[in-house]
Ligand binder design. Structure first.
Ligand SMILES: Nc1ncnc2c1ncn2[C@@H]1O[C@H](COP(=O)(O)OP(=O)(O)OP(=O)(O)O)[C@@H](O)[C@H]1O
Ligand SMILES: O=P(O)(O)OC[C@H]1O[C@H](OP(=O)(O)OP(=O)(O)O)[C@H](O)[C@@H]1O
Ligand SMILES: [Mg+2]
Length: 435
């Protein structure tokens, strides 16, 4: 006879079970937060055994190297690898069941180490170690970069426990499993994929037919201490927090791992809190979102551990470079480069014409260069080539404006990166860290 209670078990009603004396498991009744991090198992006749998620010894700072956690499965996994690839940071994974990998772009070649490598003069120089290492620009210290594939929720848990330094997950997962932990720092909050929202949804039929807002739901006379509103959700931290913050009394939560949309029709719950993207799953199950019922807008984010950024060698440098690459790529992804020829008397006159159009100002203004040709034995410039960046959404409008001011031969090319002088997010991160 062994397990009596597992606090993080699925399908557990999140109320203090009457069969467990609060004195024996105080954390179960006082805080849902603990239910995610710690499971308590009791064996008959034995004292409680604590099961910790992550490093048991809690000595995360003794390891070497920088660890980046990426989603091992699900819809975030491929998109995350694609983003890194687009930023020239392809991840090399020997096979899909191997959970550790590397980013070859960040390997340092042995020859490159000659300057500043603290090991280079050592007779014990280990070339393999050096090849897989990354130089910290400030200190000349060597740091391994390891990529670890984990389930998204475990990426967050391991950031909290200190077993990972950086991670990419959905904001919903970060907030649900991070639970406002101050050690977690949002480095980039909009990686532009994994878009969805965490929403409260209710049936379209029955007593909910005319209920269209959170306020109307809260005011329904049906909900009493004896018969509360029953909500099914996998978000057992964010769901109750939202209800509490919005003054909904008499609510109970139950949890399940998937197919939550079936719960109301099965009579298990009155409402659900789940992720919505296209809305198809809700619609197909006769459920609707209501006004004021969006708990969180989510997309993929880059997150870091504050302690790691401050204390672990190499984490800040790697974060800086990753942030620069992400920003440069994401900024470019929304833009096209336009090149066109324009007849004119001087570069200034052509620039005047281009700047008179609202869609043609480019990032910092147009580049105007003379196109030289030989006429009557002399070199002259009758045409000017202009180069501008325009938002993808405004492509056609921009082409029309270019034509209206005499532009011809418009070439459109994709942009790969736009590097600014300094990324605002980097400055914000440094100030957040007090650096
Ligand atoms: N329908 C959706 N559309 C877009 N993004 C979504 C959608 N559902 C989830 N996501 C995002 O992708 C992340 C991972 O979701 P995914 O469904 O792959 O894993 P999971 O639900 O944790 O696991 P599983 O579905 O295997 O139980 C979510 O945390 C969220 O950020
Ligand atoms: O609004 P939609 O585009 O229909 O997407 C919403 C569905 O997507 C997710 O489920 P998922 O496919 O991850 O299955 P799961 O329930 O097994 O997690 C989420 O839990 C919803 O059920
Ligand atoms: Mg899912």
């Amino acid at each position: 006879m062994s397990t009596l209670v597992e606090m993080s078990a699925v399908r557990t009603v999140l109320q203090c079970p009457s069969s467990i004396a609060p004195s024996q498991t105080p954390s179960l009744c006082s805080s849902i937060r603990v239910s995610v991090k710690v499971s308590v198992f009791r064996c008959s006749g034995a004292s409680p055994v604590t099961v910790v998620n992550g490093n048991v010894d809690k000595k995360p700072y003794e390891r070497n190297g920088v660890r980046l956690g990426l989603p091992s499965k699900g819809r975030m996994a491929t998109d995350t690898l694609d983003l890194l690839k687009d930023c020239q940071l392809s991840v090399k994974q020997v096979n899909p069941r191997q959970y550790v990998a590397e980013i070859p772009q960040w390997k340092i070649q042995p020859g490159v180490l000659a300057l500043g490598c603290p090991y280079v003069a050592s007779p014990l120089l280990d070339l393999n170690h050096c090849r897989c290492s990354r130089m910290n620009a400030d200190s000349g210290y060597l740091t391994n970069l390891e990529v670890w594939f984990q389930r998204p929720k475990d990426v967050v848990r391991k950031l909290v426990s200190g077993d990972l330094d950086l991670g990419i997950v959905g904001l919903d997962t970060l907030n649900e499993y991070g639970q406002g932990d101050e050690d977690l720092i949002l480095v980039h909050e909009a990686l532009d994929y994994g878009d969805c929202r965490l929403s409260l949804a209710i049936p379209k039929y029955g007593i909910f037919e005319n209920i269209n807002s959170l306020e109307e739901l809260a005011q329904m006379s049906q909900w009493t201490p004896e018969r509360p509103l029953r909500v099914a959700t996998g978000f057992t931290y964010l769901g109750p927090k939202f209800m509490k913050e919005n003054g909904l009394k008499h609510v109970t939560f139950s949890t399940a791992d998937g197919a939550l949309e079936a719960a109301p029709a099965m009579g298990i719950a009155d409402a659900i809190v789940d992720l919505v993207s296209s809305g198809t799953t809700l619609r197909e199950n006769n459920l609707k979102e209501i006004e004021g019922g969006v708990i969180l807008e989510s997309q993929a984010v880059l997150v870091a551990s504050r302690r790691s950024l401050i204390q672990r060698k190499g984490v800040l440098d790697i974060t800086h470079e990753m942030l620069e690459r992400f920003e440069a790529h994401l900024r470019a992804a929304g833009q096209f480069t336009l090149t066109a020829n324009m007849r004119g008397s001087s570069a200034d006159e052509v620039a005047e014409r281009v700047l008179s159009q609202t869609s043609l100002s480019g990032l910092q203004g147009p580049t105007v260069s003379p196109v030289f040709c030989r006429r009557d034995g002399k070199v002259a410039a009758d045409y000017y080539a202009i180069v501008i960046c325009v938002p993808k959404k405004e492509l056609y409008k921009s082409v029309q404006q270019l034509r209206s001011i005499g532009g011809s031969g418009v070439l459109v090319s994709p942009l790969t990166y736009i590097f600014d002088e300094e990324t605002p997010r980097w400055r914000q991160l440094l100030s957040n860290l007090g650096l």
